[in-house]
Ligand binder design. Structure first.
Ligand code: ZN
Length: 280
């Protein structure tokens, strides 16, 4: 099965055979349809750059991706940044939940179950070697409409690597994401939050925006479920991007914490969503 067909099959599962049918294999607009399900709409008409990602804390104007065709094409014109994006801006009390280092079959399925229970989409910054080991979890993320980002292949400290190694770590991961998730990632996150100029440049060349976080749950220190819940609830706010982990150690506290804070955030009026980017 061709990758495009794979992509289409997965998206059709969730989007239904409506608007997506007309956009098979073409550049399109990635939007959130009614009911929160992703659909691929028709390519927008040529026009001025659209500020497609509601981001702030950056002096750079975002440009729509250009030239992204079928699989393998590298989107052009992604800006090279000097800092990662830290939060999102949007209407109302919108927050983003992100989970790093996975997927891990011990924890990721339970996180996906909780997100599904509350009909919430999140971002997963996966490591290539994990994605290659557990492709079914990437397929599940695609079917549920979650956004998968690039967190390098083996989780190295990028600031100690040559540019060539950085490129290898990131491009291999984008390749395996495309194979397992159905499309190339549009976001990346440096391991340990350790960014450097080469990482920003390589990421931009691969068509990805760097996304950091606003609120570190510090779940990797296994401080106890209650502490994680408290951190997230106290740090909640419009535009906040929460960092948690679904792999890299015992993440059972992260799993249990999500089950507690997610319904409370929703009850408090927060809209949990994912940022999107528009193709040109
Ligand atoms: Zn990480």
């Amino acid at each position: 099965m061709q990758k495009d067909q794979l992509f289409t099959r997965r998206r059709m599962l969730v989007a239904g055979a409506t608007a997506a049918a007309g956009a098979v294999g073409t550049a399109g607009l990635f939007v959130w349809g009614t009911g929160g399900q992703p659909v691929r709409g028709p390519a927008p008409a040529a026009g001025p750059p659209v500020h497609s990602v509601p981001m702030e804390a950056s002096a750079y104007r975002l440009h729509p991706l250009a030239g992204h065709g079928p699989h393998g094409a590298v989107p052009a014109r992604t800006p090279v940044r000097r800092r990662p994006l830290l939060r999102i801006s949007g209407r109302g009390r919108t927050m983003v939940l992100t989970f790093d280092d996975g997927p891990d079959p011990r924890y990721t399925p339970a996180i996906l179950d909780t997100l599904a229970e509350y009909d919430v989409r999140a971002m997963f910054f996966v490591c290539g070697e994990m994605a290659a080991s557990y492709p079914h979890l990437l397929a599940r993320m695609a079917d549920a409409g979650h956004v998968v980002g690039n967190h390098t292949w083996s989780h190295p400290l990028l600031t100690r690597l040559t540019r060539r190694r950085i490129r290898s770590e990131m491009s291999r991961t984008s390749d395996v994401i495309e194979d397992t998730y159905g499309e190339r990632p549009r976001w990346f996150r440096a391991p340990y939050g350790a960014w450097n100029r080469a990482a920003f440049q390589v990421g931009a060349e691969l068509g990805m925006e760097p996304l950091a976080w606003t609120l570190d749950s510090l779940d990797w220190t296994t401080p106890g479920t209650r502490t994680i819940v408290d951190r997230v609830e106290k740090g909640a706010g419009p535009g906040v991007v929460v960092l948690s982990h679904d792999a890299g150690g015992d993440r059972s506290q992260s799993v249990w914490a999500l089950r507690e804070y997610l319904p409370r955030l929703l009850d408090s009026g927060y809209h949990i969503s994912v940022p999107y980017r528009r193709y040109a």
